[in-house]
Design a protein around this ligand. Structure first.
Ligand SMILES: NC(=O)CCC(=O)C(=O)O
Length: 265
């Protein structure tokens, strides 16, 4: 399977963000990708925290990416968007995955919300405007089982263990808008840890650069193999990284170093 992770800089202009995402999907398709993955909040990363951009699962956001998947004949993981939530003050932070015909194949709502206060650096209370999801989700993509997660979920290894063991995932996907301040020390370490401990591929698609005031994202979108080696990494610009996954290699690693089988519960 060939995977493309797409790195972009979404701001408060939804139309421009979707156009940029569409261009990256076209590039991914031209590069022969089977699956293209976009970042968290691909359509809107502006000051209002997304409430005005909120839509139902079957709204314009879904239509746009379903059409892109159909047009290019590839699987599209549409990062995430602001889904209308359980009450007027809260949205869900939701990922949608479309198959090659544009049919919705999976929906995942971010479980762990980014409530962090690092004085002078990061002040973010995601739970003020977002409601948490509760269901881990995997989806079969042409025979490769893909476990879904979003950004801050990355810090909670029990979710990924569940995706890898109960969900039998081969590939763990992390669309993100990871902060620059935390990202430069934590991003790669956490991604590689999730790959090594679960013996899975990890594909992480990040937002890059300045967004709303006070929010700068780290980028460094990457793909990591089940040994923990970084096999593809984006430079610090908008663009795509294309990587082939080798499931024989994954099976070899799981056989030679059977740490998943050696767990003591
Ligand atoms: N959008 C997010 O969940 C941000 C997570 C993040 O930056 C972190 O350090 O964790």
């Amino acid at each position: 399977m060939r995977v493309a992770v797409c790195q972009l800089n979404a701001r408060d202009d939804r139309k421009a963000n979707l156009t940029a995402a569409g261009e990256l999907l076209a590039r991914a398709a031209a590069a022969g990708a089977d699956l293209a993955i976009l970042p968290e909040y691909v359509d809107y990363l502006g000051p209002s925290r997304g409430l005005p951009a909120a839509e139902p699962v079957d709204g314009e956001f879904a239509e746009f990416f379903a059409e892109a998947a159909r047009q290019h004949g590839i699987w599209v993981h549409a990062g995430s968007f602001h889904e209308i939530g359980p009450d007027p003050e809260h949205t869900y932070n939701t990922s949608l995955v479309f198959d090659r015909s544009g049919t919705l194949a999976a929906t995942y709502r971010k479980i762990h919300l980014y409530d962090v206060e690092i004085p002078g650096r990061v002040s973010y209370l995601e739970s003020k405007t977002v409601a948490a999801g509760s269901e881990p989700v995997t989806v079969d993509v042409d025979g490769v089982r893909v476990g879904l997660s979003i950004c801050y979920d990355l810090r909670f290894p029990e979710l990924y263990r569940q995706l890898a063991v109960a969900g039998e995932a081969h590939l763990l996907v992390v669309p993100a808008a990871f902060m620059l301040h935390t990202g430069r020390d934590h991003w790669e370490v956490l991604l590689r840890a999730r790959a090594i401990e679960n013996q899975c591929y990890v594909a992480a698609a990040g937002q890059i650069g300045d967004h709303d005031p006070g929010r700068t994202c780290f980028g460094r979108s990457m793909v990591i193999d089940p040994w923990g080696t970084v096999v593809g990494q984006a430079p610090d610009t908008v663009g795509i990284v294309v990587t082939d996954l080798d499931l024989d290699r994954l099976r070899e690693i799981r056989t030679e170093l059977p740490s998943l089988a050696n767990r003591r519960l």
